[in-house]
Ligand binder design. Structure first.
Ligand code: HEC
Length: 160
């Protein structure tokens, strides 16, 4: 009888721990740290330094696009590929883990897809050397910038 009770207690503790782990996994991997913004978008709540980190990455996108379009206008496909490569996955690896846990899954998916697109654009620019093709790929990728900005904004956590 005593043995049975102990087993039941152990099972209950395991079940509770599993629920806690599942809730944490949901929060860190899927939901992120979000609230509804006044303008209807989803506000991702970050520390000031984390927000500065992502915005720096965003400005690097604009700088990269400037270099890429200038190279494309010259039909310089080598420089086009180099500029695209700079915005590829190589630029996405340094994000701090604590911050990544605050980003919703959809945001991370869209962000990584954008970086991956630029790697594909760089490869095609090298191998095909066709500015029109690159321009069409770029237009498709810029839709990811538009889609994400339409959906999300950043907010600095309260008390900062
Ligand atoms: C996965 C989501 C996502 C993607 C993809 C994305 N952005 Fe952003 N970007 C954001 C968010 C969120 C902000 C902050 C907007 C706010 O708080 O109102 C932002 C801000 C910016 C800013 C403002 C930077 C500053 O210092 O204030 C620029 C410029 C920018 N993005 C450019 C781009 C460009 C160009 C692309 C595509 C190549 C891109 N972004 C792709 C989410 C994204």
């Amino acid at each position: 009888m005593k043995e049975q009770l102990r087993n039941r207690l152990q099972l209950t503790i395991i079940a509770v721990l599993l629920i806690v782990i599942a809730a944490m996994a949901y929060k860190f991997i899927i939901a992120g740290s979000v609230e509804k913004a006044a303008d209807g978008r989803v506000a991702i709540v970050l520390e000031p330094g984390e927000r500065a980190f992502v915005l720096t990455e965003m400005r690097a996108f604009v700088a990269g696009l400037q270099q890429m379009t200038a190279a494309l206008a010259r039909d310089d496909m080598k420089a086009t590929a180099a500029a695209a490569h700079q915005m590829g996955m190589a630029a996405a690896h340094s994000a701090p883990a604590a911050m990544v846990g605050k980003l919703p899954l959809e945001f991370k998916t869209l962000g990584f897809a954008t970086h991956r697109d630029f790697d594909a654009i760089a490869l095609d620019a090298q191998s095909l050397g066709d500015p029109k093709h690159t321009l069409a790929q770029l237009a498709a990728t810029l839709q990811k910038c538009v889609a994400c900005h339409n959906t999300y904004q950043f907010k600095v956590s309260a008390g900062q």
